[in-house]
Design a protein around this ligand. Sequence first.
Ligand SMILES: Cc1cc2nc3c(=O)[nH]c(=O)nc-3n(C[C@H](O)[C@H](O)[C@H](O)COP(=O)(O)OP(=O)(O)OC[C@H]3O[C@@H](n4cnc5c(N)ncnc54)[C@H](O)[C@@H]3O)c2cc1C
Ligand SMILES: *[C@@H]1O[C@H](CO)[C@@H](O)[C@H](O)[C@H]1NC(C)=O
Ligand SMILES: *[C@@H]1O[C@H](CO)[C@@H](O)[C@H](O)[C@H]1NC(C)=O
Ligand SMILES: *[C@@H]1O[C@H](CO)[C@@H](O)[C@H](O)[C@H]1NC(C)=O
Ligand SMILES: *[C@@H]1O[C@H](CO)[C@@H](O)[C@H](O)[C@H]1NC(C)=O
Ligand SMILES: *[C@@H]1O[C@H](CO)[C@@H](O)[C@H](O)[C@H]1NC(C)=O
Ligand SMILES: *[C@@H]1O[C@H](CO)[C@@H](O)[C@H](O)[C@H]1NC(C)=O
Length: 583
Amino acid sequence: MRVALLAIGALVACTSADAAFCRCQPDQPCWPNEDKWASLNSSTDGNLVKVTPFALPCHDPTFDAEECSIAQEHSNSSTYRSSDPGALQWSNWETWPEKDEQCYIETPQSTPCKQGRIPLLSVKVKEAKHIQEAVKFAAKHNLKLVIKNSGHDFIGRSSAPNSLQIFTHDMKEISIVDEFVPTVPVNTGTPPSTKAVKLGAGVQLHEMYSYLGSKGVMVVAGTANTVGITGGYIQGGGHSLLGWLHGMASDNALEFEVVLADGSLIVANDYQNSDLFFALRGGGGGSFGVVVSATVKAHPNYPTVVATLNYTTPVGASYWDGVGALQKHILEINDKGGSGFYGLIPNTPISDTQTVSALVFMATFVNQTDTKAVEQLMAPVKSDIKNAIGAEPYSDIAALPTLSTLYSSLLQGDDTTGHQMRLATRLLSRQFYESGNHTKLTSALSTIAYGPADGIVGAFVAGGQVSKNRNIDSGLNPAWRDTMVHLIAAHYMSPEMTFDEQKAFEANITNTEVPLLRSLEPGEMGAYMNEADADETDFQQSFWGENYPRLQEIKASRDPDDLFIARKGVGSEKWDDSGLCRA
Ligand SMILES: Cc1cc2nc3c(=O)[nH]c(=O)nc-3n(C[C@H](O)[C@H](O)[C@H](O)COP(=O)(O)OP(=O)(O)OC[C@H]3O[C@@H](n4cnc5c(N)ncnc54)[C@H](O)[C@@H]3O)c2cc1C
Ligand SMILES: *[C@@H]1O[C@H](CO)[C@@H](O)[C@H](O)[C@H]1NC(C)=O
Ligand SMILES: *[C@@H]1O[C@H](CO)[C@@H](O)[C@H](O)[C@H]1NC(C)=O
Ligand SMILES: *[C@@H]1O[C@H](CO)[C@@H](O)[C@H](O)[C@H]1NC(C)=O
Ligand SMILES: *[C@@H]1O[C@H](CO)[C@@H](O)[C@H](O)[C@H]1NC(C)=O
Ligand SMILES: *[C@@H]1O[C@H](CO)[C@@H](O)[C@H](O)[C@H]1NC(C)=O
Ligand SMILES: *[C@@H]1O[C@H](CO)[C@@H](O)[C@H](O)[C@H]1NC(C)=O
């Protein structure tokens, strides 16, 4: 018996490895005919649409002056791009370099527009049933399926060529549940209730913050306008200005409603489907099922002290001395409850002939009101920077009544997107900062080549409760528990580059810049998959560390046919880069 099972196992393994198993392509007989698409359309209440690339009206032979000028006007608007199934936020993910397909808005009218990685059809889902129908249809017809929420993804997970898209944007439910009780299996005692917020799959951060602010409620969520909360963000972990006080966003999840690969709608929490609950808290978006809603812990809308600081210098050594002076203080700022970001823009053009280097810094002290204490904390930071750059940096400290007040001034509706963007990132530990090795970080950063407006973001959004939550059993990259700074180098590519030039540029990030960052802290820290090099080497280890084997097992048991393959997601190593054929 045992031998027979082994033999069957080997046979199955062999057939799937042998044949180049691929998703059905539009030119093949397996592709659903008009009748079949019409039946999907009717089972999803008429929400199926054909998808064309955002910039299609700007190119021959489909040029349309009026439509094109609307697209151009909104090209850098993340609000607009999130609401269009035919757009992503970073336009390099709209292209399919292997097939030489792009539809950049910047290229001349005479350059034809190609579909690229923009899906062919989309179900603009309004309710769970639509998601279930789309999932079943994709499984039945062997279609490549993608989930697009806001389309902010940096590593190409929310698009794929020749695919059917599930577009979650319209699922905008936000409700405050005063006494939330997790759904439990029969014969299980009633768990204690908690104040919570239930969020639909399409809710975006700024609309959530403005609604919750009006109700005096706050949740652990990101610092952006149009990023979604229940999609890639929370499923990848989710860092937040509230992290220091309450942990990662995924630590605050209480329950998910999810549509699985077999089309079933289930609830995952600590009491049932806990394998999925583990995976959806850090295992990454697009890999386990389609989240319909997430219920997360509600927190008070805390008062917050905000410290800001900035300076510009001529390009040169003193700029980096100032950066070094700031790095030295990050640890003590974080230990006092400070969370935030520093941004370095070493090559900022201010005129046709002049370039300066700029630094901006913001630390929030959530649930604090004592501006004097923050002033004392910031005084040596300012004086060390002054000594380094020879001038007093601009700085300010303000006490805000609520965290919402900060978000509503910081987040005004749009993130600036629409460019070709690549990142090199690393999670750096507390120990790294304690050891004084941040001096090596500063000198390494000073050797990177920065295009105009390229920059570094140092996100000090961990420590505190993020570290204390070490024992939460979830798919989150364990490196977050030791992290002090999530370091991001952001590079713009140009639409004028050929695909070969872009490829060389990207390879340089992967083969030169990421290794430079990796070399600073030898060991097992890794990177945050939601903000990472899209070609991260050994991504399984970098993004999930020791959690990867368990995530793989959950993936295999819950999605045995790999319906949900996201680029660089759990299980994606078995597929080609587009997720179209088994590798
Ligand atoms: C301007 C900007 C600011 C950011 N700020 C922060 C921040 O403060 N903190 C932070 O942690 N990150 C931040 N990020 C990174 C952000 O978390 C990721 O880009 C994340 O992938 C966005 O998720 P999304 O669902 O909005 O995007 P999408 O690109 O639509 O989706 C991302 C991934 O999630 C999957 N997915 C989407 N919806 C679902 C669903 N309902 N069910 C299952 N899978 C789904 C998609 O298939 C894809 O794999 C920021 C990014 C940008 C561009
Ligand atoms: C789906 O049905 C709606 C409403 O009947 C219709 O407007 C739409 O064009 C249909 N979609 C497709 C792809 O045919
Ligand atoms: C969008 O951004 C690009 C690059 O920064 C810029 O050249 C262009 O003018 C912007 N478009 C709009 C409409 O603001
Ligand atoms: C917020 O501050 C108040 C007053 O200092 C304190 O009692 C409370 O415990 C703090 N909340 C958290 C989550 O730390
Ligand atoms: C720098 O700080 C000053 C004073 O706080 C502020 O007015 C200015 O807008 C800041 N500049 C930048 C680029 O943030
Ligand atoms: C600091 O750098 C040294 C020299 O590269 C290295 O041996 C050590 O492991 C580093 N320590 C930490 C905590 O990163
Ligand atoms: C590759 O990256 C390094 C480090 O940033 C930089 O010095 C070099 O100019 C880059 N080369 C190319 C071809 O982009």
